[in-house]
Design a protein around this ligand. Structure first.
Ligand code: 5RP
Length: 233
Protein backbone atom coordinates (compact mmCIF):
# COMPACT_ATOMS: atom_id res chain seq x y z
CA UNK A 1 0.00 0.00 0.00
CA UNK A 2 1.18 3.52 -0.73
CA UNK A 3 2.76 5.41 2.15
CA UNK A 4 0.53 8.27 1.08
CA UNK A 5 -2.73 7.84 2.90
CA UNK A 6 -5.63 10.24 2.54
CA UNK A 7 -8.40 11.10 4.93
CA UNK A 8 -11.93 12.15 4.14
CA UNK A 9 -14.01 11.33 1.09
CA UNK A 10 -12.86 14.27 -1.03
CA UNK A 11 -9.23 13.25 -0.70
CA UNK A 12 -10.16 9.61 -1.25
CA UNK A 13 -11.72 10.55 -4.58
CA UNK A 14 -8.63 12.48 -5.59
CA UNK A 15 -6.51 9.47 -4.67
CA UNK A 16 -8.69 7.18 -6.80
CA UNK A 17 -8.31 9.48 -9.82
CA UNK A 18 -4.55 9.67 -9.25
CA UNK A 19 -4.27 5.89 -8.94
CA UNK A 20 -6.10 5.46 -12.24
CA UNK A 21 -3.74 7.98 -13.84
CA UNK A 22 -0.78 5.86 -12.70
CA UNK A 23 -2.07 3.10 -14.98
CA UNK A 24 -1.29 5.36 -17.97
CA UNK A 25 2.39 5.70 -17.02
CA UNK A 26 4.88 3.48 -18.85
CA UNK A 27 8.63 3.05 -18.28
CA UNK A 28 10.72 5.40 -20.41
CA UNK A 29 8.03 8.07 -20.69
CA UNK A 30 8.71 11.77 -20.45
CA UNK A 31 5.98 13.17 -18.21
CA UNK A 32 4.45 16.54 -17.43
CA UNK A 33 3.71 16.99 -13.73
CA UNK A 34 0.77 19.21 -12.89
CA UNK A 35 0.07 21.27 -9.80
CA UNK A 36 -2.55 21.37 -7.06
CA UNK A 37 -3.72 18.82 -4.52
CA UNK A 38 -4.84 16.10 -6.95
CA UNK A 39 -1.71 16.37 -9.09
CA UNK A 40 0.33 16.32 -5.89
CA UNK A 41 -1.21 12.99 -4.89
CA UNK A 42 -0.30 11.62 -8.33
CA UNK A 43 3.27 12.96 -8.09
CA UNK A 44 3.65 11.19 -4.75
CA UNK A 45 2.41 7.90 -6.25
CA UNK A 46 4.75 8.37 -9.21
CA UNK A 47 7.61 9.27 -6.89
CA UNK A 48 7.10 6.10 -4.89
CA UNK A 49 7.40 4.04 -8.06
CA UNK A 50 10.63 5.85 -8.99
CA UNK A 51 12.17 5.70 -5.53
CA UNK A 52 11.05 2.25 -4.40
CA UNK A 53 10.59 0.30 -7.64
CA UNK A 54 13.13 1.82 -10.03
CA UNK A 55 10.57 3.17 -12.51
CA UNK A 56 12.54 5.02 -15.18
CA UNK A 57 10.82 8.21 -16.33
CA UNK A 58 11.85 11.83 -16.88
CA UNK A 59 9.72 14.84 -16.09
CA UNK A 60 9.04 18.53 -16.55
CA UNK A 61 7.02 20.20 -13.79
CA UNK A 62 4.41 22.93 -14.11
CA UNK A 63 5.44 24.58 -10.85
CA UNK A 64 8.35 25.00 -8.53
CA UNK A 65 6.37 23.20 -5.80
CA UNK A 66 5.79 20.15 -8.00
CA UNK A 67 9.41 20.05 -9.09
CA UNK A 68 10.60 20.27 -5.47
CA UNK A 69 8.25 17.44 -4.51
CA UNK A 70 9.32 15.30 -7.44
CA UNK A 71 12.99 15.84 -6.66
CA UNK A 72 12.42 14.71 -3.09
CA UNK A 73 11.54 11.26 -4.53
CA UNK A 74 14.45 11.26 -6.96
CA UNK A 75 12.41 11.96 -10.11
CA UNK A 76 14.86 13.24 -12.77
CA UNK A 77 13.88 16.60 -14.28
CA UNK A 78 14.72 17.93 -17.71
CA UNK A 79 13.74 21.07 -19.63
CA UNK A 80 12.43 21.91 -23.08
CA UNK A 81 16.01 22.33 -24.39
CA UNK A 82 16.45 18.62 -23.85
CA UNK A 83 13.02 17.48 -24.94
CA UNK A 84 10.41 19.35 -26.98
CA UNK A 85 7.53 16.93 -26.53
CA UNK A 86 6.09 15.12 -23.52
CA UNK A 87 4.39 11.74 -23.74
CA UNK A 88 1.82 12.41 -21.04
CA UNK A 89 0.86 15.17 -18.63
CA UNK A 90 -1.36 14.59 -15.61
CA UNK A 91 -2.89 17.65 -13.97
CA UNK A 92 -5.91 18.72 -11.97
CA UNK A 93 -8.59 21.24 -12.90
CA UNK A 94 -10.90 23.66 -11.14
CA UNK A 95 -13.82 23.07 -13.52
CA UNK A 96 -14.43 20.46 -16.20
CA UNK A 97 -17.19 21.30 -18.68
CA UNK A 98 -18.51 19.36 -21.72
CA UNK A 99 -15.91 18.79 -24.47
CA UNK A 100 -13.30 18.81 -21.69
CA UNK A 101 -13.24 22.60 -21.60
CA UNK A 102 -11.42 23.51 -18.39
CA UNK A 103 -10.79 26.29 -15.95
CA UNK A 104 -7.38 25.91 -14.34
CA UNK A 105 -5.13 28.12 -12.26
CA UNK A 106 -6.76 27.96 -8.86
CA UNK A 107 -3.29 27.24 -7.53
CA UNK A 108 -1.81 30.10 -9.55
CA UNK A 109 0.28 27.89 -11.85
CA UNK A 110 -1.75 28.34 -15.03
CA UNK A 111 1.01 29.69 -17.29
CA UNK A 112 3.44 26.83 -16.80
CA UNK A 113 0.56 24.36 -16.70
CA UNK A 114 -0.55 25.55 -20.11
CA UNK A 115 2.99 25.40 -21.50
CA UNK A 116 3.46 21.86 -20.23
CA UNK A 117 0.02 20.72 -21.41
CA UNK A 118 0.52 22.26 -24.85
CA UNK A 119 3.78 20.31 -25.27
CA UNK A 120 2.11 16.99 -24.38
CA UNK A 121 0.93 14.29 -26.73
CA UNK A 122 -1.66 13.37 -24.09
CA UNK A 123 -2.99 15.73 -21.44
CA UNK A 124 -5.11 13.90 -18.88
CA UNK A 125 -7.08 15.65 -16.15
CA UNK A 126 -7.53 14.10 -12.71
CA UNK A 127 -10.41 15.41 -10.64
CA UNK A 128 -13.17 14.49 -8.27
CA UNK A 129 -16.78 14.75 -9.36
CA UNK A 130 -17.28 18.14 -7.69
CA UNK A 131 -15.29 19.73 -10.55
CA UNK A 132 -17.85 18.83 -13.22
CA UNK A 133 -19.98 21.71 -14.52
CA UNK A 134 -22.27 22.36 -17.45
CA UNK A 135 -20.93 25.90 -17.99
CA UNK A 136 -17.58 27.33 -16.95
CA UNK A 137 -17.37 30.35 -14.69
CA UNK A 138 -18.71 29.58 -11.26
CA UNK A 139 -15.08 29.12 -10.25
CA UNK A 140 -13.43 32.54 -10.75
CA UNK A 141 -11.37 32.51 -13.94
CA UNK A 142 -7.70 33.24 -13.12
CA UNK A 143 -5.97 35.69 -15.45
CA UNK A 144 -2.20 36.18 -15.05
CA UNK A 145 -1.17 39.77 -15.73
CA UNK A 146 2.02 41.82 -15.87
CA UNK A 147 1.90 43.86 -12.60
CA UNK A 148 2.26 47.22 -14.39
CA UNK A 149 -0.77 46.47 -16.57
CA UNK A 150 -3.01 45.11 -13.81
CA UNK A 151 -5.22 48.25 -13.46
CA UNK A 152 -5.67 48.45 -17.24
CA UNK A 153 -6.51 44.76 -17.59
CA UNK A 154 -8.85 45.07 -14.59
CA UNK A 155 -10.80 47.74 -16.48
CA UNK A 156 -10.93 45.70 -19.69
CA UNK A 157 -12.16 42.63 -17.79
CA UNK A 158 -14.93 44.70 -16.18
CA UNK A 159 -16.04 45.81 -19.63
CA UNK A 160 -16.43 42.12 -20.52
CA UNK A 161 -18.73 41.70 -17.51
CA UNK A 162 -16.34 40.20 -14.98
CA UNK A 163 -15.66 41.34 -11.45
CA UNK A 164 -11.89 40.89 -11.15
CA UNK A 165 -10.04 40.76 -7.84
CA UNK A 166 -6.28 40.76 -7.39
CA UNK A 167 -5.33 37.48 -5.75
CA UNK A 168 -3.84 37.93 -2.29
CA UNK A 169 -2.03 35.64 0.14
CA UNK A 170 -3.37 34.86 3.60
CA UNK A 171 -1.36 37.75 5.06
CA UNK A 172 -2.99 40.17 2.61
CA UNK A 173 0.09 40.61 0.41
CA UNK A 174 -0.38 40.21 -3.33
CA UNK A 175 0.06 36.69 -4.67
CA UNK A 176 3.04 36.59 -7.04
CA UNK A 177 3.25 33.82 -9.65
CA UNK A 178 6.37 31.76 -10.33
CA UNK A 179 7.00 34.24 -13.18
CA UNK A 180 6.65 37.34 -10.97
CA UNK A 181 3.17 38.37 -12.17
CA UNK A 182 -0.21 39.08 -10.51
CA UNK A 183 -3.38 37.07 -10.86
CA UNK A 184 -6.79 38.64 -11.35
CA UNK A 185 -9.53 36.20 -10.32
CA UNK A 186 -12.55 36.98 -12.48
CA UNK A 187 -15.95 36.19 -11.02
CA UNK A 188 -19.46 37.42 -11.64
CA UNK A 189 -20.65 35.54 -14.69
CA UNK A 190 -20.90 32.19 -16.39
CA UNK A 191 -18.90 32.04 -19.60
CA UNK A 192 -21.42 31.41 -22.39
CA UNK A 193 -18.85 31.10 -25.18
CA UNK A 194 -15.44 30.02 -23.80
CA UNK A 195 -13.80 30.17 -27.26
CA UNK A 196 -14.87 33.78 -27.84
CA UNK A 197 -13.80 34.66 -24.30
CA UNK A 198 -10.39 33.04 -24.82
CA UNK A 199 -9.92 35.13 -27.97
CA UNK A 200 -10.82 38.33 -26.05
CA UNK A 201 -8.36 37.51 -23.28
CA UNK A 202 -5.61 36.47 -25.70
CA UNK A 203 -5.86 39.86 -27.37
CA UNK A 204 -5.55 41.93 -24.17
CA UNK A 205 -2.20 43.66 -23.82
CA UNK A 206 -0.75 42.89 -20.41
CA UNK A 207 -2.44 39.50 -20.09
CA UNK A 208 0.23 36.82 -19.90
CA UNK A 209 -2.16 33.85 -19.85
CA UNK A 210 -5.62 32.87 -18.69
CA UNK A 211 -7.08 29.77 -17.13
CA UNK A 212 -9.31 28.67 -20.02
CA UNK A 213 -7.86 25.39 -21.31
CA UNK A 214 -9.76 24.56 -24.49
CA UNK A 215 -9.07 21.68 -26.89
CA UNK A 216 -6.13 20.60 -24.76
CA UNK A 217 -7.26 17.68 -22.61
CA UNK A 218 -7.71 14.32 -24.32
CA UNK A 219 -9.24 12.62 -21.30
CA UNK A 220 -10.52 13.39 -17.80
CA UNK A 221 -10.45 10.80 -15.03
CA UNK A 222 -13.33 11.83 -12.82
CA UNK A 223 -13.53 10.07 -9.46
CA UNK A 224 -17.10 9.39 -8.32
CA UNK A 225 -18.08 7.68 -5.10
CA UNK A 226 -17.89 4.13 -6.49
CA UNK A 227 -15.88 4.41 -9.70
CA UNK A 228 -13.50 6.51 -11.74
CA UNK A 229 -15.15 7.58 -14.98
CA UNK A 230 -13.08 8.19 -18.12
CA UNK A 231 -14.39 11.20 -20.01
CA UNK A 232 -13.14 11.93 -23.52
CA UNK A 233 -14.06 14.72 -25.90
C1 5RP B 1 -3.31 24.92 -10.18
C2 5RP B 1 -4.41 24.20 -10.85
C3 5RP B 1 -4.93 22.98 -10.18
O1 5RP B 1 -4.75 21.90 -11.03
C4 5RP B 1 -6.39 23.20 -9.89
O2 5RP B 1 -6.47 24.34 -9.05
C5 5RP B 1 -7.01 21.98 -9.20
O3 5RP B 1 -6.43 21.83 -7.94
P1 5RP B 1 -6.90 20.72 -6.92
O4 5RP B 1 -6.49 19.40 -7.48
O5 5RP B 1 -6.17 21.08 -5.64
O6 5RP B 1 -8.40 20.83 -6.76
O7 5RP B 1 -4.89 24.56 -11.89
O8 5RP B 1 -2.99 26.10 -10.85
Amino acid sequence: MSEFATRGSHLDLKLHAAQRAMELVEPGMTLGLGSGSTATIWIRLLGEQVRDHGLRIRAIASSEDSERLGKSYGIPFINFEECRSLDLTIDGADEVAPKLMLIKGGGGKLLREKIVASASKRFVVVADESKQVQKLGRFPLPVEVIPMAAPLVDGALRELGFTPAVRVNQDGSKYITDQGNFILDCSGMLIEDPYAMARELDSMVGVVEHGLFLDMASMALIAMEHEVVERTT
